[in-house]
Design a protein around this ligand. Structure first.
Ligand SMILES: Nc1ncnc2c1ncn2[C@@H]1O[C@H](COP(=O)(O)OP(=O)(O)O)[C@@H](O)[C@H]1O
Ligand SMILES: [Mg+2]
Length: 190
């Protein structure tokens, strides 16, 4: 059963296991296309597992081949549909732990977060990477705030709640949140 189709991949559910297969992109030269799909598949598998070592809940990776991952199906509700300030504070803690561990997610939208038994599970690490700079962390948080502003009511409250959780989990939070304000101001004048 198909459960998702993004710009990059087709996601199907086959007896309890999610299969994420990265599609060929005909606008890219074939060898380059294969390299990109392979690289993102490997990266997603590696960082999905690595994030767990930093206390961030992610699906268990069950199998990996060149352009395809098989992983645990996370049953729950997407944060996109159920977010509240209380949940956004938990997102802040989760992202704080991730950043403290040196990981940037790269696509922190509420469609990539699933609430299961009161805990948030983070998915979709295909654009993630290892970096500890304030700028990379700031852009990561900025993407989350942009999602709140474009798809949710009362984004201000959700952002404030996020900041509380983020600062609790991550000692470097203050500098990052200052950078997020700069990034937002930059965007306005582009
Ligand atoms: N492990 C999983 N458990 C449950 N649902 C998943 C899982 N992986 C993907 N999905 C569903 O498929 C959608 C798309 O998968 P995702 O990895 O985010 O790829 P994309 O790059 O297309 O956004 C997700 O928003 C989610 O609804
Ligand atoms: Mg996604």
């Amino acid at each position: 059963m198909e459960i998702g189709r993004g710009a990059e991949a087709i996601i199907t559910l086959e007896n309890g296991t999610v299969r994420k297969w990265r599609l060929p992109k005909s606008y890219r030269q074939a060898e380059l296309d294969e390299r990109i799909r392979q690289e993102r598949t490997l990266r997603e598998a590696k960082i999905t597992s690595d994030a767990r070592r930093h206390g961030v809940l992610t699906p268990i990776i069950r199998d990996i081949s060149r352009f395809e991952l098989k992983m645990e199906h996370v049953r729950g509700e997407k944060l996109k549909d159920i977010i509240t300030p209380e949940i956004s504070e938990k997102v802040g803690e989760m992202v704080g732990r991730l950043h403290k561990g040196g990981i940037i997610h790269g696509d922190l939208t509420t469609s990539n977060m699933i609430l299961r038994s009161g805990k948030i599970c983070l998915i979709d690490f295909g654009l993630s990477f290892y970096e500890k700079s304030v700028e990379a962390q700031g852009v990561d948080v900025h993407v989350y705030f942009q999602t709140l502003e474009s798809t949710h009511d009362m984004p201000g409250e959700l952002e404030e709640a996020f900041k509380v959780g983020y600062a609790r989990a991550y000692p470097g939070a203050e500098a990052v949140l200052a950078r997020v304000r700069e990034i937002k101001a930059r965007g306005r004048y582009l």
